[in-house]
Design a protein. Structure first.
Length: 61
C-alpha cells in the first residue's frame, strides 16, 4: 500500500472508491510525459539514422 500511495502522490495512479473497495487505474498522461522526456531523446537518433540510410539507398539506386 505504501508504494501505491507514492504513485498516487505522483499522479501516476488514479484511485476511485467503490463501496468498501478502492480501485486503482494507471494515469496515461504523466506516463506519456515521462516517456517523451526520457525515452524519445534516445530513439530520435536511431530514427534519424534510419531515415538518412533510406535516403542514401534511394539516391544510390
Amino acid at each position: 500500500m505504501k508504494h501505491l500511495r507514492v504513485l498516487e502522490q505522483a499522479s501516476l495512479v488514479l484511485t476511485r472508491r467503490a463501496g468498501r473497495t478502492k480501485l486503482h487505474y494507471l494515469n496515461p498522461v504523466p506516463i506519456r510525459l515521462v516517456h517523451d522526456r526520457w525515452i524519445d531523446k534516445y530513439t530520435e537518433r536511431r530514427v534519424s539514422a534510419l531515415a538518412d540510410l533510406k535516403t542514401q539507398l534511394e539516391t544510390a539506386g
